[in-house]
Ligand binder design. Structure first.
Ligand code: CU
Length: 144
């Protein structure tokens, strides 16, 4: 009764190569599934001045269909990933304009603009009472 070590060795290799193929198949299935969802990523200019603007813009885009939304106070660029079947690029611009921020495509109405905190009045010279982009901690003075 010889228990050859080689007998254990072979199936292990076969198992590993099977796992490798399974992983490749899974990766393929996942990537084709995300293709079916039709994701898009866009980047555009949005006017704003401070961290409060950032919160407002990102909160406005917290809707179904939007996968990721980021606005950078330094570059004034919004980066949005969304599902094209659920929401359109136009609607995304509109959502931002609705809370008072001008985008490349849609200007905010004077009414929406007036509702914003004084610090965020980017249309005024010098950007309202905001000192700059790194002023993050004025969550305490929200508009009444
Ligand atoms: Cu602001």
């Amino acid at each position: 009764m010889s228990c050859d070590f080689k007998h254990f060795h072979r199936p292990k290799i076969a198992y590993l190569s099977l796992m490798k193929h399974l992983l490749i198949l899974m990766a393929l299935a996942l990537s084709s599934a995300s293709f079916a969802q039709k994701k898009a990523e866009i980047e555009f200019q949005v006017s704003g001045v401070c961290g409060m603007c950032e919160t407002r813009i990102e909160k406005a885009l917290d809707v179904p269909g939007v996968i990721m939304a980021e606005w950078d106070v330094e570059t004034k660029k919004a980066k949005v990933a969304y599902k094209t079947k659920v929401i359109s690029e136009e609607q995304i611009h509109q959502l931002i304009a609705n809370v008072g921020h001008d985008t490349e495509k849609i200007k905010a109405t004077d009414e929406a603009y007036a509702k914003m905190h004084g610090c965020c009045k980017y249309r005024e010279l010098g950007g309202g009472s905001c000192t700059g982009g790194d002023d993050q901690d004025h969550d305490d003075h929200r508009p009444e």
